[in-house]
Design a protein around this ligand. Structure first.
Ligand code: NI
Length: 188
């Protein structure tokens, strides 16, 4: 079932997610619905906050994308198709090393808004899958960036919060208008 993606201005986007404690059929249904919604919107990640739920849960899929990144999942390197789309519950993020990289990002809650964000290059993320099994992924590049962007959502942090002032200045008007539109819509 397609879910509605909330846009900037919606208060859920600023809420810290509650931990996932029930790894049941309801979570599997939410996973399926969020994956369907992400694919339809042509995104590579979607957080629960973006469908109006403040939870420590997001989905990520980078299959079919030129894999210009490295990863180790539980110490191995299975093909992406073996573990994606990923359902990531209760992630704990660590940065590996001091290297940072700036790249352009978008967000499904900010239609047509893009801007550069600087982030650590290598991460280590402990999480549980939708059955509750623990995993560790270490990665860089687009996968590392995507996971960082989604985990930020789960903590109420948006990519605009991490932009440099001059980047933000360039898109400020666009996001102000988006916020005003969202507020107007949710008032009705
Ligand atoms: Ni986003």
């Amino acid at each position: 079932m397609l879910l509605q993606i909330v846009q900037y201005g919606d208060k859920t986007l600023h809420q810290i997610g509650e931990p996932v404690t029930e790894f049941d059929g309801k979570l599997k249904k939410l996973f399926d619905d969020m994956v369907e919604t992400m694919f339809k919107a042509e995104g590579i990640g979607l957080a629960a906050q973006q469908v109006g739920l403040a939870m420590q849960f997001c989905v990520v899929d980078l299959t079919g994308i030129d894999p210009d990144f490295e990863y180790r999942l539980d110490g191995a390197a299975p093909p992406l198709e073996f573990f994606m789309p990923m359902g990531i519950c209760n992630p704990k993020l660590e940065y590996l090393g001091a290297e940072k990289e700036e790249a352009e990002e978008g967000c499904l809650s900010f239609p047509d808004v893009r801007g550069d964000v600087e982030r650590p290059e290598w991460i280590r993320c402990e999480y549980q899958d939708i059955q509750g099994n623990p995993h560790v992924i270490e990665c860089n590049g687009l996968l590392g960036r995507c996971i960082q962007h989604e985990v930020d959502h789960l903590n109420g942090v948006l990519f605009t919060d991490r932009m440099r002032k001059r980047t933000l200045k360039r898109i400020q008007m666009q996001i102000n208008q988006l916020k005003a539109k969202t507020l107007q819509r949710t008032k009705r």
